[in-house]
Design a protein. Structure first.
Length: 214
């Protein structure tokens, strides 16, 4: 079966992510899931989408990086377009962003209310991984692996309220001139984490993605 032929897809996963670090994290998580599943593999298509090939068929993965949490509601037209016009069917929508505790304090609540209503009207399964947590909080679930990757002793203290600040504090422990970098530059760090630990202990049910794909 050709994974590049839309008619061969058995389902699709539409990821709406706040930033490029989320895209890298969930991409690496899905690669790990493939490594844990007999006969599964991941490929990148020429148009930059990804496909997971399993014994049951091919699953199309699309990522929409919004750039900021305030832009997430703007993804509804993208979701509506690909889920109604593009093969495969059915689609599952995955939401991955930091709510900053209370979106009403910083964002137009009408836009978010409409976004949720529109999602509901599409009748699609939604995996909601939005929470008051940076993606770095997810990464720091494997704190032992993080310290090992950075060459730090187990007792090195985490400083900061949220994950990004905590991760910066770890990097500055090594060299104050070399801060933690987000996005694609974080890939080597992310791929060296123990996703089994993260999946088991994460503050969000990321294993719902694995169940939806496989």
């Amino acid at each position: 079966m050709s994974a590049k032929a839309g008619r061969d897809y058995i389902k699709g996963m539409a990821f709406v992510v706040e930033g490029s670090t989320e895209r890298v994290f969930y991409h690496e998580y899905l690669k790990w899931c493939c490594s844990q599943t007999a006969g599964a593999s991941m490929e990148q298509l020429p148009n930059k989408d990804f496909v997971i090939v399993t014994d049951q068929g091919a699953v199309l993965l699309k990522f929409n990086v919004m750039g900021s949490v305030g832009s997430v509601p703007n993804a509804i037209n993208w979701i509506r377009s690909i889920c109604s016009k593009e093969a495969p069917h059915p689609w599952t929508v995955v939401l991955c962003y930091d709510t900053d505790g209370n979106a009403a304090q910083n964002l137009d609540t009408r836009a978010w209310l409409r976004f949720r209503q529109d999602l509901g009207s599409l009748g699609l399964p939604v995996i909601d991984l939005a929470a008051d947590a940076d993606i770095e909080d997810m990464m720091l679930v494997d704190i032992d692996g993080m310290r090992s990757y950075l060459g730090l002793e187990p007792g090195v203290e985490l400083k900061g309220r949220k994950g990004k600040a905590k991760l910066n504090s770890l990097f500055k422990t090594i060299d104050v001139t070399q801060p933690y970098h987000e996005g694609e530059r974080s890939r080597d760090l992310i791929r060296n984490l123990d996703f089994q630990v993260i999946e088991t202990c994460a503050p969000l049910p990321i294993d719902e993605i694995r169940k939806a794909v496989f």
